[in-house]
Design a protein around this ligand. Structure first.
Ligand code: GDP
Ligand code: MG
Length: 303
């Protein structure tokens, strides 16, 4: 029966914002599963990640994006381009703002840019678990003054507070139409990339200073075994011998621990035993190699 209540609806909702606003955390909450990696460091998300949520007859494909900032290096430029590409392609844009940090210069620039593109946006003030109510209301009222801000929500992506309400309202905004993905699909990411991302997350959590930004992870081989397990071989590219030494750690202790954490999570996600082999390779110029960008799902910026 095709009555109004059962009519399928669908659409793409892009989650955009400054680095570290909590976009990936929110997407995982909305989808109800971890599809995008999260760390306390900026620039954890490097390319667009699609996470799919069902809400009754409504399917929403969320597009998680890298943080928007003023890029300097080539990889940063590719990431910011991917974020704006996500905004251009979505049916709706949700701008996440870290409520604790408020409207920084960077956020202001993003808001201005969205207005210049004639984008109507919904704003989500995130991290309300960290902020006093008065500050939150002041922030909401400043945003409410802006013509292109249609709705303002307050959530904690970490605790889930306010997320169900946001999902309700987004679902109500979707247009009638067939679903975009099969019912049981939660992401568009191939397993090869998903598994590389999990390892990269562990590296981001464990390593510091410039090192996380100077490495990338690729899955090179994927072997289904007769006993139901899977053997995954990955390469971690770094730019210097010194970085390789840090990733390996004393007697290989660091890479062993990172590999253990990644393997445990992968076994859960893939629901079978995982044998994970990681190799660290020095490739001084990987940040200038178009193939590495392609592998990450990024366009290679010239110049
Ligand atoms: P992204 O760069 O916008 O994708 O941000 P992430 O989702 O990677 O989150 C960045 C950091 O903020 C992580 O350490 C998260 O745990 C943290 N975070 C995200 N949302 C919240 C929240 O609602 N409350 C708090 N306290 N921390 C949050
Ligand atoms: Mg992210």
């Amino acid at each position: 029966m095709a009555d109004a209540e059962n009519e399928t609806k669908a659409g793409f909702v892009t989650l955009a914002g400054a680095p570290n606003a909590g976009k990936s955390t929110l997407m995982n909450q909305l989808v109800g599963a971890k599809v995008s990696i999260v760390s306390p460091k900026v620039q954890t998300t490097r390319a667009r990640v699609i996470g799919i949520a069902l809400h009754g007859p409504v399917q929403i494909a969320f597009v998680d994006t890298p943080g928007i900032f003023q890029p300097k290096r080539r990889l940063e430029k590719a990431m910011v381009d991917a974020a704006w590409g996500g905004v251009a392609e979505g049916d709706m844009t949700v701008l996440l703002i870290d409520a604790q940090r408020g409207i920084t210069e960077n956020v202001e620039r993003i808001l201005t840019n969205l207005a210049a593109q004639q984008k109507k946006i919904w704003v989500v003030l995130n991290k309300i678990d960290l902020v006093k109510k008065d500050n939150l209301l002041a922030l909401a009222s400043a945003l409410g003054e802006m013509d292109h801000v249609e709705e303002i929500f307050m959530v904690s992506a970490l605790t889930g507070d306010g997320v169900a309400h946001l999902l309700d309202r987004l679902a109500a905004k979707m247009q009638p139409g067939p679903w975009l993905y099969p019912e049981d699909q939660i992401t568009e990411m191939p397993n090869r990339i998903l598994t590389a991302e999990i390892t990269r997350e562990k590296l981001f959590l464990r390593l510091h200073q410039e090192l996380p930004y100077a490495l990338t992870v690729e899955t090179e081989a994927w072997e289904e075994r007769k006993d139901g397990s899977v053997k995954i071989s990955q390469v971690i590219y770094v730019t210097r011998d010194g970085h390789k030494a840090i990733v390996l750690g004393k007697g290989g202790a660091t890479i062993r621990e990172i590999g253990r954490q990644a393997r445990e999570e992968l076994s859960e996600i893939l629901e079978r035993p995982v044998h994970l082999f990681t190799f660290v390779k020095v490739r001084e110029k990987w940040l200038d190699d178009p193939a590495r960008y392609r592998e990450m799902g990024l366009d290679f910026p010239k110049g």
